[in-house]
Design a protein around this ligand. Structure first.
Ligand code: HEC
Length: 115
């Protein structure tokens, strides 16, 4: 029994570690430079929604770029409105958008809910 518990803890630690490193370096530097990480995490709600949850909205990359410059707070009831982020370059915004969409669950299209 003890052994099982230990393995479970080890696995949990491993999973947490993987999630913490989820943002590739090039994307991370863009997000850091533009202060996005002050309000967003890849996989958890912070001030703004997790990028993983934004991915579930299935926006096109172009739509995400547009929303970064002109956020629509009505898309996220219960959150404070995000200020328009106009300083991020189109190129950088497009890279971020592509990465956000890469976080979408691959096979959860049928509305499988995970807490
Ligand atoms: C001061 C906090 C803050 C900062 C800084 C911030 N965000 Fe947000 N973001 C939010 C909040 C809150 C929401 C949800 C409410 C909204 O959309 O206005 C949000 C929503 C979003 C959405 C979803 C838009 C939608 O309509 O679905 C995207 C994409 C996004 N942010 C990307 C970014 C990127 C990229 C940056 C950096 C360039 C950034 N955010 C910086 C707080 C922030």
């Amino acid at each position: 029994m003890k052994k099982v518990l230990f393995s479970a803890l080890l696995l949990a630690g491993f999973v947490a570690n993987v999630q913490a490193q989820e943002i590739p370096e090039d994307i991370k530097s863009i997000l850091q430079k533009n202060t996005c990480l002050a309000c967003h995490k890849a996989d958890a709600k912070l001030v703004g929604p997790a990028y993983k949850d934004i991915a579930k909205k299935k926006y096109s990359n172009e739509k995400i770029v547009e929303l970064i410059a002109n956020p629509k707070p009505s898309n996220w009831p219960g959150y404070p409105p995000m200020a328009p982020m106009k300083n991020i370059s189109k190129d950088d915004a497009l890279k971020v958008a592509g990465w956000i969409n890469s976080l979408a669950p691959k096979s959860a299209a049928k509305g499988k809910k995970k807490a």
